[in-house]
Design a protein around this ligand. Structure first.
Ligand code: HPA
Length: 334
């Protein structure tokens, strides 16, 4: 299992006290630097294990990564020539403990495109640090993906949304109080400071809108707000989030997207409204309802994503060609 970076073992409230004296600060800095180098090494170790498994199965390197959220794991059945690897077999990978998250990385192809599909993810509420939650995205980045599709189950805050509706993410609000990039930066992974203006690539959003229209349904866009969970929200919290500009609420995705952008990966985000958020309707929220809605919406979700994967990958390829004048890919910081 991926070991907790040493920095996250330090009780946060002690750090300012320790910083008043020089020697503990030096030790803290040493530990922190070691932890960030370890993250790179651990991700590289997992990526090289996957490279071996891919080679042994005669599969090409994935061009696109996908994360399937609660109740959406069935999409992995779309992967042809599938090689499914349980997370427990991948060095340093965190294990998911939630019902409905199988915890397998499915390698193979969708419409001839080599993909890596995460069937299940880990969440901060399981006790994982943000660096652990985002570790799989680091590994996919090290494998060389340039595009990621992240999906989740979410509560609908905007009252015009309907249970079972898919919403394209236009932006997010990180309401977790944490960031996976806290601590020293490893330049081999990405820059210290980086832009989040286009966290969800406009070009991908346009492709998704056009594809939804082609398939005969309207795809609204929304802002996703991430809470730590695991408790669902109170009605007062939902009113506050609505005032902040959120349309959807959930317990995942934003940390992954931050790490993806850090590595120069372009992102498409999709939420499935599994329930209306607390207080929107006069009824309680149940996890079973969240899972059930996911299964019901699977058909539309599957047809949209299956069509989008090749389009997204050719979009990335043409972007790279226009930037470099060649077909080669690879971000400058990798
Ligand atoms: N709140 C938070 N996370 C969720 C919800 C919700 O209402 N529905 C699905 N994931």
């Amino acid at each position: 299992m991926y070991r907790l970076p040493v920095t996250s073992l330090w009780p946060g409230h002690l750090i300012p006290l320790l910083r008043n004296r020089k020697w503990p600060f030096i030790i803290y800095k040493e530990f922190a630097m070691t932890a960030s180098a370890a993250l790179f090494d651990h991700a590289e170790e997992a990526a090289s294990y996957l490279r071996q498994r891919l080679a042994a199965a005669g599969l090409p390197t994935p061009r696109l990564g996908m994360v399937l959220g609660s109740g959406l794991g069935g999409f992995a059945a779309q992967v042809a020539n599938a090689l499914a690897i349980p997370y427990s077999e991948i060095p340093n990978f965190p294990q998911s403990t939630v019902e409905g998250h199988s915890g397998r990385l499915v390698l193979g192809t969708i419409g001839q495109v080599p993909v890596a599909v995460m069937q299940g993810r880990v969440h901060a509420y399981e006790g994982y640090a943000p660096q652990q939650v985002t570790f799989p995205m680091r590994v996919l980045g090290r494998l060389g993906i340039r595009a990621a599709i992240v999906t989740n189950a979410a509560g609908g805050i905007r009252t015009s949304l309907k249970q079972g509706e898919m919403v394209l993410l236009a932006d997010h609000i990180n309401f977790t109080g944490s960031n996976p990039l806290t601590g020293p930066n490893d330049n081999r992974l990405g820059a210290r400071f980086f832009d989040m203006t286009s966290a969800y690539a406009l070009a991908f959003r346009k492709l998704a809108q056009a594809e939804a229209t082609r398939q005969g349904f309207a795809l609204t866009e929304g802002v996703y707000l991430c809470v730590p969970g695991p408790s669902y929200e109170t009605p007062a919290e939902i009113r506050a989030f609505r005032a902040l500009g959120a349309d959807l609420v959930g317990m995942s995705t934003v940390h992954e997207v931050i790490v993806a952008r850090h590595m120069g990966i372009d992102v498409l985000g999709l939420s499935l409204v599994t329930n209306m958020a607390a207080g929107v309707l006069e009824q309680a929220i149940h996890h079973e309802e969240v899972m059930e809605t996911g299964k019901q919406a699977e058909k539309q979700f599957t047809s949209l994503l299956t069509a989008l994967v090749p389009q997204i990958v050719s979009q990335i390829a043409s972007q790279i060609t226009s930037q470099t004048g060649s077909n080669e890919h690879g971000a400058s910081h990798r």
